[in-house]
Structures are given as structure tokens and as C-alpha cells.
Design a protein around this ligand. Structure first.
Ligand SMILES: O=C(O)CCC(=O)C(=O)O
Ligand SMILES: [Fe+2]
Length: 276
């Protein structure tokens, strides 16, 4: 019987006992994800969210949304949103580095947690914030607050394959992964909003199905396996963002709050660049 396609985990030691080079395993999508449980304290998850609300970085779940408000708020800088204006992107990233210098005071630093776990999985490669040859830094990570109704339909994330950006240093990497640390999950009834990873790496052939919203039918006719990634606050997962993936709409009062990073990986490259 072939082994089932399930995440590696639940902690770094278990992953390293099984795989010498877990990120290379991710690059080949041999496993859907590396899923590390309870890497960040629950009290720090709640405390950070309270701080964001106090500082007006996010809306309290009981405060009604103002008309036309977006269902997703970002705290941080993301290349996907801002990369079209390169100077503006790097200025915004510099402001994020300043903001993050003290934003976590009194709590464990969640960005360091993500980078630290990634380093342990990196088989000696250096994990660093993505930078241009002239030293300009990308945003280190982004908090994403998703309110009710926000969904990610089946998609991939890849700077060159999807976004067609070639004027950034991160284009040099062959593979792109994401890291997602859950700080709060939406919940209502028995169903939490959880990510689904499909055992299908992006190709030109599937693109029309993503664009037309017909990927579910494509997946059913091609017997594409999938894997749900159920996160509790404090859990961290890494996955290959060339896998078609989705997150169903957030349900209920609580927003889904995550700290997200992307990273560029090439097996033979001794650096891993991380950005948001
Ligand atoms: O929140 C997640 O678990 C994944 C979100 C995602 O796919 C994205 O931000 O591109
Ligand atoms: Fe994604």
C-alpha cells in the first residue's frame, strides 16, 4: 500500500528523525506540509491580538465593519500586494521592520519563532530575510486578519509562475513555500475554517481551471487527493505553494488571524530567503 499523503510532524525532532532534508521533501511535494504543533503559547496568541486591537491595527470582532471595509487586514508588507511599485514596496517594508521592533514586547517574538523553526528544518542552509543585492530588505512576515466571509479559492502563490514578477531577487529560487502560524481560528458550530492542500502541483494545464473556478470538477475527474490542515492557535505549518490550495470562507464572529511568510528554496542554494 502506498503511504497516505499526510503532513510530517508534530514537532521538529519527529520531522528530522524521519527526513534528513525536510524542505527538499516539501519541494517535491512528497508530503503535503510540515505541521508543527504548539510552537507559540496560547496566552501570547491572545495577548498579541489584544494588542493589535488596542493599537487600532485591527477591528474588534464586536465592532461592526464599516461599509465597504475589506474582509482581510494586513499588518506588515506583502510583495503580492505592493510589489507593483518597487520603491513604495521597499519603503513600506522598512516601516514594517521598525513597527515589528517593539510590537511584540512582553511576548515571545512570533516572527523569530517562525524563522527559528525554519532554520532547524533547513539542513544547514542560512535562513534570512529576503534582500536585494543593494541590501534593501523585504517585509519579514505579515499578520493577516480574515473576517467573516473571507475565502481563498483554489490558487497557488509563486512570484514568477503566478505573479510574473522578474525584477526582484527572490526570482532566483526554484521553489516557493509558505509558513503560516495560527494565532486565532474562526469557529462556529463544529466547523473551523481550515486550509485544504490538493495533491496537484500547478501546471499550465490546470491554470484555466483555477481561472474559471472549475478546479473542484477537475480534481474530482482526475482523482486528485487532498489534505486538510486543521490548526489550533499556536500551530505552524509549512507547505509548497505550487500545490493548489484553498481556505474556505471564515465562519462566525472570530476572525482567522495568522502570521504568514513566503520563502524561496533551491536544494543546491545555501540560502533560503524569507519574505511576505
Ligand atoms: O491561511 C492559510 O492557511 C493559507 C492562506 C493562503 O493560501 C495565502 O495566504 O495565500
Ligand atoms: Fe496561498
Amino acid at each position: 500500500m502506498p503511504e497516505s499523503w499526510t503532513p510530517a510532524g508534530p514537532d521538529v525532532d519527529a520531522v528530522l528523525a524521519r527526513y534528513d532534508d525536510p524542505l527538499r521533501v516539501l519541494s517535491e511535494a512528497e508530503v503535503p506540509a510540515i505541521l508543527l504543533r504548539r510552537v507559540y503559547r496560547r496566552a501570547d496568541c491572545d495577548g498579541l491580538i489584544e494588542r493589535f486591537i488596542e493599537r487600532d491595527l485591527m477591528r474588534h470582532p464586536d465592532t461592526p465593519a464599516v461599509e465597504g471595509e475589506r474582509t482581510r487586514i494586513d499588518v506588515g508588507t506583502s510583495l503580492g500586494n505592493r510589489g507593483g511599485d518597487q520603491a513604495g514596496f521597499f519603503d513600506h517594508a522598512a516601516a514594517t521592520h521598525s513597527l515589528f521592533q517593539h510590537l511584540f514586547d512582553g511576548f515571545d517574538n512570533p516572527v523569530d519563532k517562525v524563522y527559528g523553526h525554519l532554520s532547524q528544518l533547513a539542513a544547514g542552509r542560512q535562513v534570512k530575510v529576503a534582500r536585494e543585492p543593494d541590501g534593501r530588505l523585504y517585509g519579514p512576515a505579515v499578520f493577516r486578519i480574515h473576517y467573516g466571509g473571507h475565502a481563498y479559492s483554489p490558487h497557488i502563490d509563486h512570484v514568477s509562475l503566478r505573479e510574473k514578477r522578474f525584477d526582484y531577487a527572490v526570482t532566483r529560487f526554484e521553489h516557493q513555500f509558505a509558513g503560516v502560524l495560527c494565532l486565532r481560528n474562526s469557529s462556529q458550530g463544529d466547523g473551523n475554517t481550515q486550509a485544504i492542500l490538493h495533491r496537484c502541483l500547478w501546471t499550465e494545464e490546470v491554470q484555466p481551471h483555477l481561472a474559471a473556478g472549475t478546479f473542484p470538477r477537475y480534481a474530482a475527474t482526475h482523482n486528485v487527493e487532498h489534505c486538510g490542515v486543521a490548526l489550533d492557535p499556536g500551530d505552524l505549518y509549512f507547505f509548497n505553494t505550487r500545490l493548489i490550495h484553498e481556505v474556505p470562507a471564515v465562519q462566525g464572529r472570530e476572525p482567522r488571524v495568522v502570521l504568514a511568510v513566503f520563502m524561496g528554496f533551491t536544494s543546491s542554494d545555501d540560502e533560503i530567503f524569507v519574505w511576505a
